[in-house]
Design a protein around this ligand. Structure first.
Ligand code: MGD
Ligand code: MGD
Ligand code: SF4
Ligand code: MO
Length: 657
């Protein structure tokens, strides 16, 4: 049975081999238009988690402190009764619906529809903590909040810039395209404060000081303008606001960039010469979104416009979106926008014609606003496939917030750290146990086909949401096909996607209308032109910064991979440069105390030149790292700046007994 890997946004095609309702093996599907018969270790082992003993088999309700088995009707009656009670007491916006990036597109669509049916726009997904800065910058500057080219264009580029992303860890199957690009003679520039495995592709590695990327990009922009290396025809014909960009970057000299970023100006010049010398693809990951945030991405997209590298073969923008379906979560479930456009009466009325009810038009609360700025407003949370107690920063604060709520509903496939805080737990069917589509990081929409039945009484998330809606007096479609078609009626970008192409892995089913590279003629903004947005770099300094990120064998909060036999052992470490190790008296393998404004942790030191002095690094898969990571939020999107927490380290000295 065909399926799409449930982990990262590459969305590799899998062939599942079930025997007696158990998937015994996974093979790659050669015909898939992106993965072409490649998968990584996570995809190959994905099925092994499905049969683990602590899948949730039955609905559970907390009674005198313990979660106890109940039946579906009682559990869902209670969900609706409690939500209504709380909304009756505190108003419709006292309840929020968050999650869904490991769900299908149809489930995400139904989830936001349910929240809105119950009278609130408090709907959001983990796209918020991940690539919302990318979506926002792209929407404002080129029109659509998604990558502008497909990954299959990578081998056609002369130059590829990879900023703040480790391909070989986070999107490993894309490595094939970089190998091909190199064989074709492409030059690859990596911008990252760490040496990751992605360095094997790098012709130039810009080992930048964290959060100084805007100094780099503005200086490159200024250098190109000063040396007349910009694409004047493109700028004149296809963009707005170049003059204000030009005057903003005028003070960013190569010398200033060298001082702030720690990168020799000759290397910066080499970067500038390369991106203005041939067909270039600009790509990025969380090293920008969770570090310099939306502003950093804007200053990077300015370089795309300056060099006219968009809308043609072998050029454009690739955004390494994270989870299997996070692209469509970002497209469809947001508290400040409907799936058909801005929150206003006209759009609400248009939705009511399809939905049979009129959604409210006041802005909802997003995830960080609820968890950090709540001031008692949110009283109940419905979490679907979302594990905030592990994934949000300042973990102590999150624990206290979850404890303070009157109702926490958790809909998941496993008992997780999150279910410790749940009043009601709803057992969901996992990816291979249901049908539905997902949208990959390059806008490719593909279908997953059900291969096995869910365990116990677990149900597909879509079915659970439709049952809740029914109990609250609404009629929702349950079939994924019907929901896909309904979604197309309300989301313009998806309206041209054909479900039979979605089900055929050899077809290009990208939205909108199968376009490989967007904006060949005009941008999706009112006057058809792209928009320069000038950005001013902020001065920031700290003796030691904690950065967090990924490794190829683990996945996010580790709740799923950790269940796979053979993949369970994992010893968290803190990477520290030899210079800092000496400075702080830390030796290889010894325990150090890592401390920030919000918390502390003891962790083993790994002394390595793979990280620059002034930065320590740890994998985010460690359940406790977010006790130390601070909750500084991006000013435009609220995305946490997981890559920049001022910390101290010191050797752990235990008193001898
Ligand atoms: N194996 C695996 N794959 C995954 C995931 C996983 O958990 N495991 N998660 C998925 C998800 S949800 C996501 S969002 C993606 C994320 O994929 P990536 O974007 O690769 O995520 P990270 O490893 O968190 O961060 C990327 C890089 O940013 C660098 N960086 C930190 N600060 C800065 C800075 O200031 N400037 C620059 N230029 N770089 C900086 C870090 O050193 C790191 O190497 O991966 C997806 N794929
Ligand atoms: N320090 C630090 N923290 C970070 C990051 C970082 O770089 N550093 N990165 C952030 C990023 S980019 C992200 S995306 C978040 C991820 O944060 P989360 O989305 O909270 O983490 P996941 O581990 O992906 O959790 C997904 C949950 O969905 C459940 N699940 C899987 N499939 C299904 C399904 O079909 N139905 C249902 N109902 N549940 C399902 C899993 O069991 C799991 O509990 O973490 C963020 N946290
Ligand atoms: S690269 Fe991503 S989608 Fe492909 S098999 Fe690995 S985890 Fe799955
Ligand atoms: Mo993510």
């Amino acid at each position: 049975m065909k399926s799409i890997c449930p982990f990262c946004g590459v969305g590799c095609g899998l062939e599942l081999l079930p025997v007696n309702n158990i998937i015994t093996a996974v093979k790659p599907t050669p015909e898939h238009v992106v993965s072409h018969g490649h998968i990584c270790g996570k995809g190959a082992a994905a099925h092994e988690a499905l049969t683990m003993w602590d899948r949730i088999y039955y609905p559970l309700v907390r009674n005198k402190g313990n979660l106890e088995r109940t039946d579906w009707d009682s559990a869902l009656d209670l969900v609706v009764k409690k939500i209504k009670e709380i909304q009756g007491k505190y108003g419709p916006d006292s309840v929020a619906f968050y999650g869904g990036c490991q769900n299908t597109l149809e489930e995400v669509y139904l989830f936001q529809k349910l929240g809105r049916a119950l009278g609130t726009n408090n709907v959001d997904s983990c796209a918020r903590v991940c690539h919302d800065p990318s979506a926002k910058a792209l929407k404002e500057m080129v029109g659509i909040g998604a990558g502008a080219t497909s990954v299959t264009e990578i081998p056609k580029a002369d130059v590829i810039v990879i900023a703040g992303e480790s391909i070989t860890d986070s999107h490993p199957v894309l490595s094939q395209y970089f190998v091909e690009a190199k064989q074709n003679g492409a030059k690859i520039i990596v911008i990252d404060p760490r040496t990751t495995r992605t360095d094997v592709f790098a012709d130039v590695h810009i080992k930048i000081k964290p959060r100084t990327d805007i100094f780099l990009f503005n200086a490159v922009g200024n250098y190109l303008i000063q040396n007349n290396r910009v694409n004047n025809n493109f700028i004149t014909a296809r963009t707005d606001d170049f003059e204000s960009y030009k005057s903003t970057v005028a003070s960013y000299t190569l010398e200033l960039a060298e001082e702030k970023t720690g990168i020799p100006k000759e290397t910066i010049k080499q970067f500038a010469d390369l991106v203005s010398g041939g067909k270039t693809i600009f790509s990025w990951g969380l090293g920008l979104t969770q570090s310099t945030g939306t502003k950093g991405i804007k200053s990077y997209i300015d370089l795309v416009l300056l060099t006219g590298n968009i809308g043609k073969e072998g050029t454009g923008i690739v955004v390494y979106r994270g989870q299997t379906n996070v692209q469509s979560s970002g497209d469809l479930i947001k508290p400040d926008i409907f799936p058909n456009g801005p929150l206003n009466d006209a759009n609400s009325t248009e939705l009511s014609k399809v939905w049979g009810f009129k959604p409210p038009i006041c802005k909802g609360t997003n995830i960080p606003e609820a968890f950090y700025g709540n001031e008692g407003k949110i009283k109940a949370l419905f979490l679907m496939g979302y594990n905030p107690v592990r994934s949000l920063p300042d973990k102590k604060r999150i624990e206290n917030f979850l404890k303070s709520l009157e109702l926490v509903v958790v809909e998941d496939i496993f008992m997780t750290e999150n279910t410790d805080y749940a009043h009601i737990v709803l057992p969901a069917a996992a990816w291979a146990e249901k049908d539905g589509s997902v949208t990959s990081l390059d806008r490719l929409v593909k279908w997953r086909f059900k291969a096995v039945d869910p365990p116990g009484e677990a149900l597909p998330d879509g079915e659970i949401l439709a049952r809740i809606a029914k109990k609250a007096g609404f009629t929702f479609e349950t079939s994924p096909e019907a929901n896909f078609e309904e979604m197309k009626k309300v989301s313009k970008i998806y309206s041209g996607v054909n479900i039979s192409d979605v089900k055929d892995y050899s077809k290009n089913s990208r939205y909108p209308n199968g376009e490989l590279h967007l904006y060949s003629e005009k941008f999706s903004l009112p006057d058809g032109k792209a928009k320069f947005i000038p950005v001013v770099a902020k001065e920031e300094s700290s003796d030691l910064i904690l950065s967090t990120g990924r490794t190829v064998t683990r996945y996010n909060t580790d709740e799923v991979i950790n269940r796979i036999p053979g993949m369970q052992k994992y010893i968290p470490t803190l990477w520290i440069n030899p210079v800092d190790a000496k400075k702080y008296g830390v030796s290889e393998g010894s325990m150090v105390l890592l401390k920030s404004r919000v918390g502390q942790l003891e962790i083993a030191a790994r002394i390595t030149e793979d990280v620059i002095p002034g930065v320590v690094f740890s994998y985010m898969h460690n359940a406790d790292i977010n006790y130390v990571v601070d909750a500084e939020l991006d000013d435009e999107t609220g995305t946490p700046k997981y890559k920049f927490t001022p910390v101290t380290v010191s050797p752990v000295i235990h008193a001898s007994s």
